[in-house]
Design a protein around this ligand. Structure first.
Ligand code: CTP
Ligand code: CA
Length: 215
């Protein structure tokens, strides 16, 4: 596979010293990049700001905002045979980032937010990507119905569904427990394990499912 992977959070500026973001560590995406590289696949990693070190031997494109991640995906997707969207992209950004630091005055402050680009949601419809498409679904309730809905809406071949209401797994953790959601309502639960071990298993599943001879 020639594989594009998005990872980490995005940062949406409020003013020159503040931003909106989320708890993503980037570990799942980086583990996937490392596992794919170790399995002999070519990897392009598009990463939001994270504190972990990049896996060696992998092309990494660093971005900050959802808009920059969208542009980087559009640039690097052609030629890829599969893509995995593990980034925790901010759904909203401040509609007007202040050019100077916002000074405190009133006791409340209201920010107007606007929707960011849905990167994964654009891959089929806008970028015309024909390869094997994998998304994540981070949910706190109704995990499988929400994941199946995302699978259909975003035109994915696979959604890796993640229950982020449980402590110790998912966002910002070393371990994860996911369910693979496939077209036709099929799902495969995978046991709780380290993100490194899970990444190896996920890459093996994706490699098998994306091969033209997959059942
Ligand atoms: N995603 C993306 N661009 C966005 C939002 C999400 O590429 N602006 C991708 C994520 O990387 C993930 C998938 O879409 O692979 C689902 O993300 P999630 O946040 O669970 O879904 P949303 O469509 O944003 O819906 P909601 O947050 O309302 O559940
Ligand atoms: Ca979201």
């Amino acid at each position: 596979m020639r594989l594009l992977i998005t990872a980490g959070p995005t940062r949406e500026p409020i003013d020159p010293v503040r931003f909106l973001s989320n708890r993503s560590s980037g570990r799942m995406g980086y583990a996937l990049a490392e596992a794919a590289h170790a399995a002999g696949h070519e990897v392009i990693l598009i990463s939001g700001p994270v504190t972990i070190s990049p896996p060696s031997g992998i092309q990494i494109i660093r971005v900050e905002t959802a808009r920059e991640m969208y542009d980087a995906v559009r640039t690097h997707l052609p030629g890829c045979t599969a893509a995995i969207f593990s980034a925790a992209v901010a759904d909203y950004r401040p509609a007007h980032a202040a050019t100077q630091k916002i000074k405190k005055s009133a006791t409340t402050l209201t920010l107007e937010l606007e929707r960011t680009e849905d990167i994964l949601g654009s891959v089929r419809s806008t970028f015309g990507f024909q390869g094997f498409l994998v998304g994540f679904a981070a949910e706190t309730e109704n995990l499988i119905p929400h994941a199946q809905d995302k699978l259909r809406r975003k035109g994915c071949d696979l959604i890796i569904a993640n229950d982020v209401s449980q402590s110790g797994i998912g966002f910002d953790s070393l371990e994860n427990e996911v369910t693979l959601c496939l077209p036709g309502g099929h799902s495969i639960p995978l046991p709780r394990q380290s993100k490194t071990a899970l990444a190896r298993e996920l890459i093996a599943h994706i490699s098998r499912l994306s091969s033209p001879h997959a059942p």
